[in-house]
Design a protein around this ligand. Structure first.
Ligand SMILES: *[C@@H]1O[C@H](CO)[C@@H](O)[C@H](O)[C@H]1NC(C)=O
Length: 191
Protein backbone atom coordinates (compact mmCIF):
# COMPACT_ATOMS: atom_id res chain seq x y z
CA UNK A 1 0.00 0.00 0.00
CA UNK A 2 2.69 2.40 1.02
CA UNK A 3 5.20 1.32 -1.55
CA UNK A 4 3.59 2.72 -4.70
CA UNK A 5 3.31 6.18 -3.22
CA UNK A 6 6.94 6.20 -2.09
CA UNK A 7 7.90 5.02 -5.53
CA UNK A 8 5.80 7.79 -7.07
CA UNK A 9 7.41 10.40 -4.86
CA UNK A 10 10.80 9.07 -5.82
CA UNK A 11 9.96 9.33 -9.53
CA UNK A 12 8.69 12.86 -9.09
CA UNK A 13 11.83 13.84 -7.23
CA UNK A 14 14.03 12.34 -9.92
CA UNK A 15 12.06 14.15 -12.63
CA UNK A 16 12.29 17.43 -10.75
CA UNK A 17 16.00 16.99 -10.12
CA UNK A 18 16.64 16.20 -13.77
CA UNK A 19 14.63 19.18 -14.99
CA UNK A 20 16.40 21.40 -12.55
CA UNK A 21 19.87 20.32 -13.60
CA UNK A 22 18.97 20.64 -17.29
CA UNK A 23 17.71 24.19 -16.87
CA UNK A 24 20.73 24.97 -14.67
CA UNK A 25 23.10 23.70 -17.36
CA UNK A 26 21.36 25.77 -20.04
CA UNK A 27 21.44 28.90 -17.90
CA UNK A 28 25.11 28.35 -17.27
CA UNK A 29 25.78 27.81 -20.99
CA UNK A 30 23.93 31.03 -21.82
CA UNK A 31 25.95 32.84 -19.17
CA UNK A 32 29.24 31.69 -20.72
CA UNK A 33 28.11 32.81 -24.16
CA UNK A 34 26.72 36.13 -22.95
CA UNK A 35 29.86 36.79 -20.98
CA UNK A 36 32.10 36.05 -23.99
CA UNK A 37 29.88 38.09 -26.31
CA UNK A 38 29.80 41.10 -23.99
CA UNK A 39 33.02 42.41 -25.57
CA UNK A 40 31.60 42.35 -29.11
CA UNK A 41 29.91 45.13 -31.01
CA UNK A 42 26.99 42.91 -32.08
CA UNK A 43 26.32 40.85 -28.96
CA UNK A 44 22.97 39.37 -30.01
CA UNK A 45 24.41 38.14 -33.31
CA UNK A 46 27.33 36.77 -31.31
CA UNK A 47 25.12 34.91 -28.81
CA UNK A 48 22.95 33.57 -31.61
CA UNK A 49 25.87 32.21 -33.65
CA UNK A 50 28.18 31.06 -30.84
CA UNK A 51 25.89 29.58 -28.19
CA UNK A 52 26.47 26.04 -29.54
CA UNK A 53 30.09 26.42 -28.39
CA UNK A 54 29.30 27.36 -24.78
CA UNK A 55 29.74 23.81 -23.49
CA UNK A 56 33.23 23.44 -24.89
CA UNK A 57 34.49 27.03 -24.68
CA UNK A 58 33.19 27.93 -21.21
CA UNK A 59 35.49 30.72 -19.97
CA UNK A 60 38.40 30.13 -22.34
CA UNK A 61 39.17 33.27 -24.42
CA UNK A 62 41.26 31.04 -26.71
CA UNK A 63 38.36 28.69 -27.47
CA UNK A 64 35.89 31.54 -27.97
CA UNK A 65 38.23 33.23 -30.44
CA UNK A 66 38.62 29.97 -32.33
CA UNK A 67 34.87 29.36 -32.38
CA UNK A 68 34.19 32.88 -33.68
CA UNK A 69 36.87 32.55 -36.34
CA UNK A 70 35.64 29.20 -37.59
CA UNK A 71 32.05 30.48 -37.87
CA UNK A 72 33.32 33.61 -39.65
CA UNK A 73 35.45 31.56 -42.03
CA UNK A 74 32.49 29.33 -42.97
CA UNK A 75 30.45 32.44 -43.65
CA UNK A 76 33.21 34.02 -45.77
CA UNK A 77 33.59 30.85 -47.85
CA UNK A 78 29.85 30.74 -48.50
CA UNK A 79 29.72 34.39 -49.58
CA UNK A 80 32.87 33.88 -51.65
CA UNK A 81 31.11 31.12 -53.60
CA UNK A 82 28.01 33.29 -53.98
CA UNK A 83 30.02 36.22 -55.33
CA UNK A 84 31.90 33.97 -57.73
CA UNK A 85 28.63 32.62 -59.14
CA UNK A 86 27.21 36.12 -59.39
CA UNK A 87 30.34 37.34 -61.20
CA UNK A 88 29.94 34.59 -63.78
CA UNK A 89 26.49 35.86 -64.77
CA UNK A 90 26.39 36.92 -68.38
CA UNK A 91 25.57 40.50 -69.35
CA UNK A 92 26.94 42.25 -66.31
CA UNK A 93 27.63 45.77 -67.37
CA UNK A 94 29.96 48.61 -66.55
CA UNK A 95 30.29 49.40 -62.91
CA UNK A 96 28.68 46.20 -61.55
CA UNK A 97 31.02 44.10 -63.63
CA UNK A 98 34.12 45.70 -62.14
CA UNK A 99 32.67 45.81 -58.63
CA UNK A 100 31.83 42.11 -58.70
CA UNK A 101 35.19 41.07 -60.06
CA UNK A 102 36.79 43.09 -57.22
CA UNK A 103 34.51 41.40 -54.70
CA UNK A 104 35.59 37.97 -55.94
CA UNK A 105 39.20 38.90 -55.24
CA UNK A 106 38.36 40.55 -51.93
CA UNK A 107 36.61 37.44 -50.70
CA UNK A 108 39.46 35.19 -51.80
CA UNK A 109 41.72 37.40 -49.68
CA UNK A 110 39.29 37.48 -46.77
CA UNK A 111 39.08 33.69 -46.76
CA UNK A 112 42.89 33.43 -46.88
CA UNK A 113 43.32 35.81 -43.95
CA UNK A 114 40.72 34.06 -41.83
CA UNK A 115 42.13 30.67 -42.71
CA UNK A 116 45.64 31.71 -41.66
CA UNK A 117 44.21 33.22 -38.48
CA UNK A 118 42.47 30.03 -37.48
CA UNK A 119 45.62 28.02 -38.22
CA UNK A 120 47.68 30.37 -36.05
CA UNK A 121 45.27 30.01 -33.12
CA UNK A 122 45.40 26.24 -33.48
CA UNK A 123 49.20 26.33 -33.23
CA UNK A 124 49.21 28.85 -30.39
CA UNK A 125 51.94 28.28 -27.81
CA UNK A 126 53.12 30.06 -24.70
CA UNK A 127 56.52 31.19 -25.94
CA UNK A 128 55.27 33.02 -29.00
CA UNK A 129 51.79 33.88 -27.71
CA UNK A 130 52.14 37.66 -28.11
CA UNK A 131 53.47 37.63 -31.66
CA UNK A 132 51.04 34.93 -32.80
CA UNK A 133 47.98 36.71 -31.41
CA UNK A 134 49.38 39.93 -32.89
CA UNK A 135 49.46 38.24 -36.30
CA UNK A 136 45.88 37.11 -35.90
CA UNK A 137 44.78 40.64 -34.97
CA UNK A 138 46.49 41.97 -38.10
CA UNK A 139 45.01 39.31 -40.38
CA UNK A 140 41.45 39.57 -39.09
CA UNK A 141 41.65 43.37 -39.44
CA UNK A 142 42.82 42.84 -43.02
CA UNK A 143 39.89 40.50 -43.67
CA UNK A 144 37.54 43.22 -42.42
CA UNK A 145 39.20 45.75 -44.72
CA UNK A 146 38.76 43.49 -47.77
CA UNK A 147 35.07 43.07 -46.98
CA UNK A 148 34.71 46.82 -46.65
CA UNK A 149 36.48 47.29 -49.99
CA UNK A 150 33.98 44.97 -51.67
CA UNK A 151 31.07 46.85 -50.13
CA UNK A 152 32.58 50.17 -51.13
CA UNK A 153 32.90 49.05 -54.75
CA UNK A 154 29.21 48.12 -54.81
CA UNK A 155 28.17 51.60 -53.78
CA UNK A 156 26.03 53.09 -56.51
CA UNK A 157 25.38 49.69 -58.14
CA UNK A 158 21.70 48.89 -58.52
CA UNK A 159 19.49 45.84 -58.70
CA UNK A 160 17.91 43.29 -56.42
CA UNK A 161 20.86 40.89 -56.54
CA UNK A 162 23.29 43.67 -55.71
CA UNK A 163 21.08 44.64 -52.78
CA UNK A 164 21.09 41.05 -51.55
CA UNK A 165 24.86 40.90 -51.84
CA UNK A 166 25.27 44.16 -49.93
CA UNK A 167 23.19 42.77 -47.08
CA UNK A 168 25.30 39.61 -47.05
CA UNK A 169 28.59 41.51 -47.00
CA UNK A 170 27.31 43.90 -44.36
CA UNK A 171 26.35 40.92 -42.21
CA UNK A 172 29.74 39.33 -42.90
CA UNK A 173 31.44 42.44 -41.51
CA UNK A 174 29.48 42.10 -38.28
CA UNK A 175 30.64 38.50 -37.87
CA UNK A 176 34.23 39.52 -38.61
CA UNK A 177 34.06 42.46 -36.22
CA UNK A 178 32.80 40.15 -33.47
CA UNK A 179 35.58 37.66 -34.18
CA UNK A 180 38.14 40.46 -33.96
CA UNK A 181 36.71 41.54 -30.60
CA UNK A 182 37.11 38.01 -29.29
CA UNK A 183 40.69 37.84 -30.60
CA UNK A 184 41.38 41.16 -28.87
CA UNK A 185 39.98 39.72 -25.68
CA UNK A 186 42.33 36.77 -26.02
CA UNK A 187 45.22 39.20 -26.52
CA UNK A 188 44.41 41.08 -23.34
CA UNK A 189 43.72 37.91 -21.34
CA UNK A 190 47.19 36.53 -22.17
CA UNK A 191 47.97 32.85 -21.76
C1 LIG B 1 34.57 37.71 -63.10
O1 LIG B 1 33.94 37.24 -64.26
C2 LIG B 1 34.56 37.67 -65.47
C3 LIG B 1 33.66 37.26 -66.61
O2 LIG B 1 33.46 35.85 -66.61
C4 LIG B 1 35.95 37.07 -65.55
O3 LIG B 1 36.60 37.51 -66.71
C5 LIG B 1 36.74 37.53 -64.33
O4 LIG B 1 38.01 36.91 -64.31
C6 LIG B 1 35.99 37.19 -63.05
N1 LIG B 1 36.72 37.77 -61.94
C7 LIG B 1 37.38 37.04 -61.05
C8 LIG B 1 38.17 37.81 -60.04
O5 LIG B 1 37.37 35.83 -61.03
Amino acid sequence: MVRPSIFKTFIILVVLATQNSISLATTKGNDYTRDACSVTRYPSLCVHSLSPFSGSAKRSPHRWARAALSVTLDKAEAIGRYVKRFNRTANLKGRVRYALSDCVECFQNTVDQLHSSLGELERLNRKSFTSQVGNVQTWVSAALTYEDTCLDGLRGCRGARVRTLKVKVDNMMKFTSNALALVNRLASAGE
